[in-house]
Write a protein that binds this ligand. Structure first.
Ligand code: AMP
Ligand code: MG
Length: 471
């Protein structure tokens, strides 16, 4: 069985990567193969053996390499990061004629490993598998999980952990940080080649660097609004973790909120709330400003004119974000038409949810379910005035509010406590919870036998306050 690789990144100039084969592991063990995704990529799922997924066998036609990039980590510029524990096997053209990267993450040391061991442990591999696949099922652009394998090797983190490798599929692994590495070195030719490559790959209608900036700005505004609509907190929106394609990438200390709190932070190393839920659009534009900076040498005119032109493109972000946010939240409360007061109506709901620490996912889903059932909501004093305004607004909307809301408000999301429980079971050798989660989260808007189990908010003992970066 062949994987039909066509490796365009490997044809870029040599300073874009280091050729690097995955480092073989002691004992590959198959955890999961995403058969549907494999077929979408034109790959026979049977070809994805434990040896292939662990990196012990490199498929024919692969041209393994580690990509170079830089990045602002929590605001501090690091001039060289790069794939410290990943190799890009190559690219395939999928059944919808889209070019997709296939990457092994956790595949051993590379020239960009710095002090790291090049490995990943099972917990973060399964977290990324479950959460990225759930994100896809929620209809939100994301990298995907093609498979996971254990290595039979121990990895040292806060404790000794079982090693694993994730096979990640992405529209590309081009990051804001990929532009930054060449900009920081003053390598304008490389920047030009990268810009060309990114445009061809993701935004073929874009004409030059300013159009690329506009396209990425629009894609990120859409993406972050989509995250907000499902209560998702990325956790490490460093510029090396923002994809040019507009896909969600790098599921580290990420989480979906349980109780609604706009200032919610999960990452244990985010002391300042830089990547808090409600700060994500601000950080989006901050990252895009870094991308704009890298593109300045490619923009026509003197520096001042280039800055003005880039700023103008960046300034599209707030309006685009607000429009995307409003479109999604209108649907969440069942609206199909637009009125001036809609934003206030939505904010009114969110502020009540914040003060009563209402569960984000379940509140919206309950509203969808109870819509025409009773006036239960109006009986609750704190919510009565809001419910009244909402009912009046619904009465002026010709749409099928219940159907709209059920399609916009998932019944289940990968709740952090279930993810933790799933990881703890897997470490003990029980992968049943992992498969159960994947199965349920494949249809997050539908009610099924497992809906109640995965919809339940954590009990106080189950609550996970922090997600750790020891990935
Ligand atoms: P992340 O926080 O996962 O986005 O990673 C930030 C940078 O650290 C990237 O360049 C990673 O490749 C690198 N990195 C993370 N963990 C390891 C590791 N265990 N070994 C080597 N490099 C790593
Ligand atoms: Mg990263």
């Amino acid at each position: 069985m062949q994987i039909r690789f066509d490796n365009s990144y490997a044809r870029l100039p040599e300073q874009f990567y280091a050729r690097q084969a995955p480092v073989p592991v002691a004992q590959p063990g198959l955890v999961a193969v995403n058969a549907d995704l494999a077929r979408e990529l034109g790959i026979d799922p049977a070809a994805l053996s434990a040896d292939v997924l662990a990196g012990n066998e490199v498929p024919e036609g692969a041209d393994p390499l580690s990509q170079i990039y830089a990045g602002h980590q929590f605001g501090n510029f690091v001039p060289q990061l790069g794939d410290g524990r990943a190799v890009l096997l190559g690219e395939v053209i999928d059944t919808r004629a889209q070019r997709r990267d296939i990457q092994l993450k956790g595949s051993g040391r590379t020239p960009f490993s710095r002090g790291g061991d090049g490995r990943a442990w099972l917990g973060p591999v399964l977290r990324e598998y479950v959460v990225s696949e759930a994100m896809h099922a929620l209809g939100i652009p994301t990298t995907r999980a093609l498979g996971a394998a254990t290595t039979g090797e121990a990895v040292l983190r806060e404790a000794v952990r079982p090693g694993a490798v994730l096979t990640r599929v992405a529209a590309s692994h081009l990051r804001v940080g990929t532009f930054q590495v060449f900009a920081a070195r003053g390598e304008t030719q490389a920047l030009r080649a990268l810009t060309e490559h990114a445009i061809q790959r993701h935004y073929p209608d874009a004409d030059g660097p300013l159009d690329l900036l506009s396209a990425v700005t629009a894609a990120q505004a859409e993406l972050i609004a989509a995250w907000m609509s499902v209560g998702f907190i990325h956790g490490v929106m460093n510029t090396d973790n923002m994809a040019i394609s507009g896909e969600t990438i790098d599921y580290g200390p990420c989480a979906f909120m349980d109780a609604y709190n706009p200032n919610k932070v999960f990452s244990s190393i985010d002391q300042m709330g830089r990547y808090a839920y409600a700060n994500q659009p601000n950080m989006g534009i901050w990252n895009l400003a870094q991308l704009a900076t890298t593109l300045l040498p490619l923009i026509e005119g003197d520096q001042e004119a280039a800055i003005d032109a880039a700023e103008e493109r960046l300034h599209a972000f707030p309006d685009h974000f607000s429009a995307a946010w409003l479109r999604r939240f209108r649907a969440k409360i069942g609206l199909t038409t637009e009125e001036d007061g809609d934003s206030d109506l939505i904010q009114g709901l969110l502020s009540r949810m914040a003060s009563s620490q209402a569960d984000f996912t379940n509140t919206f889903r309950d509203l969808a379910n109870k819509l025409d059932a009773s006036d239960e909501i109006s009986e609750d004093g704190a919510w009565a005035s809001w419910a009244e305004k909402w009912q009046a607004r619904l009465a002026r909307d010709p749409g099928d509010a219940s159907a709209v809301m059920k399609a916009a408000n998932p019944a289940i999301i990968p709740r952090n406590h279930r993810v933790e429980q799933m990881i703890n079971a897997a470490v003990e050798g029980d992968f049943a919870p992992f498969h159960r989660m994947n199965a349920a989260l494949a249809t997050p808007f539908a009610e099924g036998p497992d809906t109640a189990y995965f919809a339940a908010a954590p009990s106080p003992e189950e609550r996970v306050a922090r997600t750790f970066c020891g990935t």
